[in-house]
Design a protein around this ligand. Sequence first.
Ligand code: NAI
Length: 329
Amino acid sequence: MRTIKALVYDSKSYTQEAFENTEHDGIEFTYVDTKLNKHTVKLAKDYDTIVTFVNDDLGEEVIEKLIDQGKKAVFLRCSGYNNVDLKKAKGKIDFYRVPNYSPYAIGEFTFALLLTSMRRTHKAYNRTREFNFSLEGFVGIDLQGKTIGVIGTGRIGRVVIDIANGFKMNVLAYDPYQKEKNGPIKYVSLNELIKKSDIITLHCPLTKKTEHMIDKKAIDKMKKGVVIINTSRGGLIDSKALLKGIESRKVSSACLDVYEEEADIFYEDRSNHILNDETLRDLISMPNVIVTSHQAFLTKEALNNIAMTTISNIRRYFSGDPDEDNHTL
Ligand code: NAI
């Protein structure tokens, strides 16, 4: 079989390392750090296929151009596919993804953010580096006994629940598609979860239904002092409403690994630029908000699994035996 030529968009050193260290005979990868969009799609012209990531634009215009180039399949090296206009692509381009590369990477990172925020370790680290050994302002809370509301109990949500149980927290869960009766997970309505939780963590996909599920109305119903964590997709939270909730002191802390307008900002060094996004600027400036740059997936294990599954998806597709489990139908 001839060599398959694949262009990898939005590639960073860690992406290339993982792909190159994984056996990929028969596939030649070319790596570019540019994101896919209507301007950069032309780079893909001479390739058999492309490999994309979470912030690549696979909207209507880009899909049209990929169809014009004769592309038949695109390989997402991520699990979420909210960035793909599947309606436009239907019957013309197939998308294969990596549904399960390491729920532990994201579940564990969720608690890294929560513990950092609650125990102020990021501030303590900076203080002691300047020989400031004061503990003023560092009073935290025990997680033991607190109620954590987990929205979405798929692969990642379940890891989060296991970890929360280890901390002896009370877990409430909401998932419209996974209500096990008499199981170990206590499912409640979204309304009850929102009203009763001290900490709310999001682990459901971004869809038309879930977009802005955390809005002003939801925040108004929450407990005073609620902590909100989002390691799923930025669009689940109305960021302006969250900012208002923080300003009014209703929300005591927010941990955000994702942001609804992250696509042109995250994964790049913007330290010499003035950020045009006022909401993100305000959120980052708050002492009780931690923003990370869509980092939860970034472990060695996850990167290796992403590379392995993507390579297998490409091989199987081009040898006429596509992996239907990884097909985004
Ligand atoms: P999954 O498909 O295993 O689980 C998602 C769960 O959400 C399912 O149980 C589903 O029934 C539930 N769900 C669907 N609609 C819902 C709704 N309206 N309300 C509550 N629950 C709903 O997916 P997995 O692997 O657990 O990933 C969850 C999300 O995490 C992904 O959609 C992705 O957006 C995000 N993610 C973020 C990463 C990061 O680096 N920050 C990395 C990987 C995934």
